[in-house]
Write a protein that binds this ligand. Structure first.
Ligand code: FAD
Length: 429
C-alpha cells in the first residue's frame, strides 16, 4: 500500500521492490463498484503486488547492511525482565540481554504467551483457501477482482505473469457449505468450483500450484507495551487478509517504534516509548474495524442486505471525495496520529507530500533523524538536516518516521518540540 511504499522509500527500498513487482490501481468490489487508487495523494497511487518474501528479504538485507545481526533458527523460549533489562532465553539455553525487546514473533507470539498477555478477540472466518492458479479466462487487466454469492467468495490478484496456456493469479476462496479444518487437503476441483460460482463464469483453470487452508481471527492486545517489551505486527493485532492490511500495519508499527527506542537508548525520557501505544493501538483498532467491515460485507448473506450493498457501494465509491477517503484509509496515507491541545492541525499527519526545492522528503529521511522543512525562501536554520518548501505552508519539524512533530511560523519554538522527543544532548546538537 502507498504509505508502506513511502516508508520503504525512506530507506531507499521502494524502487527495487517495485522493479520486481506488479502494481494495480483498481480494486473491483460488490455490485461492480471499483475502488480507484489513482486519486491517492502519494508518489505511489497504486498497490504493489509482490510475494511477501521479497519484502522480508529487502528489509533483512537493509538491516544487515546497517549493522544488525540476524540470527536465524534461534527460538525464544523464556523471557524475564527487571527494572533495567530483559533477558531472553533461547532454545539452546543461551541468554540474550537487552534493555528492550520487540516481540515481532507473529500471530502465535511466544513472547505474548510467556508474559501472560491476553489476545482478546475471536475467529471470524474458517476454511479459507489460498492458492496460486493459472487461468485461461481470468479477469482482464491488472486490477484486483472480488466475486461473491450469498454463500461463497473468490478474490483474484494477478501476478502479471503469462504463459501460452494462461495467466497466474493468487486466489482466495471461501465456501460457506464447505467448512473443514485447516489441515484438510485443498483440491483443484474445490478451488475451481468456488471460483466459478463466485465469479459467475468458468475462468478455465489450467494449473494449481502452492495452496493452503487457514482460518482468520480478529484480535488485538490491549497494551502494546509490557514493561520493557513491545508488541509489533501480528503479535499485536490480527485480522482477515481482506483489505491487505496486516503486513502494512506491522511495518508501520516498526517505523513508529524503532526511532523512539533509539531516542530512549540515547538518553530521551522513557515516556517517549509510551507514545507507541497511544499512537499505534488506535490505528490497529481502526484496521481491525475496517478489515472486519469489508469481510462482513463480502460474506453478507440476506438477499435484501446484498441487494442494498450492491446498489449503495458503487454509488458511494463513484464520488471522488469519498472514494479517495476510503482509498487513503486502506492505503494508510490519510491515517494520522493524535495531536495535543494547542498543536498545529498538521501535527500527526505525514509530511511526505510537502513540495520541496531539493530531493523529496523520503530521500532526506535516509539519513536517520528529524528533518526541518523551512519556509519558502528562508535561510538554513541550525544543524538539523533540512529542506526548503516551495509552497506557502508553515515551518515543519518532521519525525524520523515522516510524521509532523511540530508546525508553525518561522520564529516558532520547534526546539521545544524536539526536546520532548530527544535527550537534551541530542536535541541541542
Ligand atoms: C492469506 C494471507 C494474505 C495476506 N495478504 C496480505 C496483504 O495483501 N497485505 C498485507 O499487508 N498483509 C497481508 N497478510 C498479512 C501478513 O502476512 C502478516 O500481517 C505479516 O506476515 C505479519 O508479519 P509479522 O512479522 O508480524 O509476523 P510473521 O510474518 O508471522 O513473522 C513472525 C516471525 O517470528 C518468528 N518466531 C515466532 N516464534 C518465535 C520464537 N519463539 N522465537 C523466535 N522467533 C519466532 C517466526 O519464525 C517468524 O519469522 C496476509 C496474510 C495471509 C494469511
Amino acid at each position: 500500500m502507498a504509505r508502506t511504499l513511502e516508508v520503504l522509500d525512506s530507506r531507499g527500498l521502494a524502487e527495487d521492490l517495485l522493479a520486481q513487482a506488479a502494481t494495480t490501481a483498481e480494486v473491483t468490489l460488490f455490485g461492480g463498484a471499483r475502488l480507484d487508487l489513482t486519486g491517492l495523494h502519494s508518489r505511489y497511487p497504486f498497490a504493489m503486488i509482490t510475494p511477501q518474501t521479497n519484502v522480508d528479504q529487502a528489509l533483512g538485507r537493509y538491516a544487515e547492511q546497517h549493522g544488525a545481526t540476524i540470527r536465524r533458527g534461534v527460538q525464544a523460549v523464556a523471557v524475564d525482565q527487571d527494572a533495567d533489562t530483559v533477558t531472553v532465553t533461547t532454545g539452546t539455553g543461551n541468554l540474550i540481554r537487552a534493555r528492550f525487546v520487540v516481540a515481532a514473533d507473529g500471530a502465535h507470539s511466544t513472547v505474548r504467551h510467556l508474559l501472560g498477555v491476553e489476545f482478546p478477540g475471536r475467529t471470524v472466518l474458517s476454511s479459507v483457501v489460498l492458492a496460486d492458479v493459472k487461468l485461461t479466462r481470468g479477469p482482464a487487466g491488472n486490477g484486483l477482482t472480488l466475486g461473491n454469492t450469498a454463500d461463497s467468495f473468490g478474490f483474484l490478484v494477478p501476478y502479471g505473469c503469462h504463459d501460452s496456456d494462461g495467466s497466474w493469479f493468487r486466489s482466495m476462496t471461501w465456501d460457506r457449505h464447505h467448512q473443514v479444518g485447516d489441515r484438510e487437503p485443498v483440491e483443484a476441483d474445490e478451488v475451481e468450483a468456488v471460483l466459478t460460482r463466485s465469479m459467475g463464469r468458468d475462468l478455465g483453470i489450467t494449473g494449481l500450484s502452492w495452496h493452503s487452508r487457514f482460518h482468520c481471527d480478529e484480535r488485538q492486545v490491549r497494551d502494546y507495551r509490557a514493561g520493557r517489551v513491545f508488541f509489533a505486527g501480528d503479535a499485536a493485532h490480527v485480522h482477515s487478509p481482506v483489505g491487505g492490511q496486516g503486513l502494512n500495519t506491522g511495518i508501520q508499527d516498526a517505523a513508529n517504534l524503532a526511532w523512539k527506542i533509539d531516542a530512549v537508548l540515547g538518553g530521551a525520557d522513557d515516556a517517549v516509548l509510551d507514545s507507541y501505544q497511544k499512537e499505534r493501538h488506535p490505528i490497529g483498532q481502526r484496521v481491525l474495524r475496517q478489515s472486519g467491515l469489508l469481510l462482513r460485507g463480502v460474506t453478507l448473506r440476506p438477499a435484501a442486505g446484498r441487494w442494498l450493498r450492491d446498489r449503495i457501494t458503487p454509488r458511494v465509491l463513484s464520488r471522488p471525495r469519498i472514494r479517495d477517503l476510503v482509498a487513503g484509509s486502506f492505503a494508510g496515507t490519510t491515517l494520522r496520529y493524535r495531536r495535543r491541545p494547542g498543536d498545529h492541525e498538521l501535527v500527526g499527519t505525514r509530511a511526505t507530500e510537502v513540495p520541496l526545492t531539493g530531493p523529496r522528503l523520503t530521500v532526506l529521511q535516509r539519513e536517520a533523524g528529524f528533518v526541518l522543512v523551512r519556509l519558502r525562501g528562508a535561510a538554513p536554520i541550525g544543524t538539523l538536516p533540512q529542506a526548503e518548501r516551495t509552497d506557502q505552508g508553515p515551518l515543519l519539524l518532521v519525525r524520523p518516521d515522516g510524521y509532523i512533530a511540530w508546525a508553525g511560523p518561522a520564529d516558532g519554538d520547534w526546539q521545544a518540540a524536539l526536546r520532548t522527543w530527544l535527550s537534551p544532548a541530542a536535541a541541542n546538537r
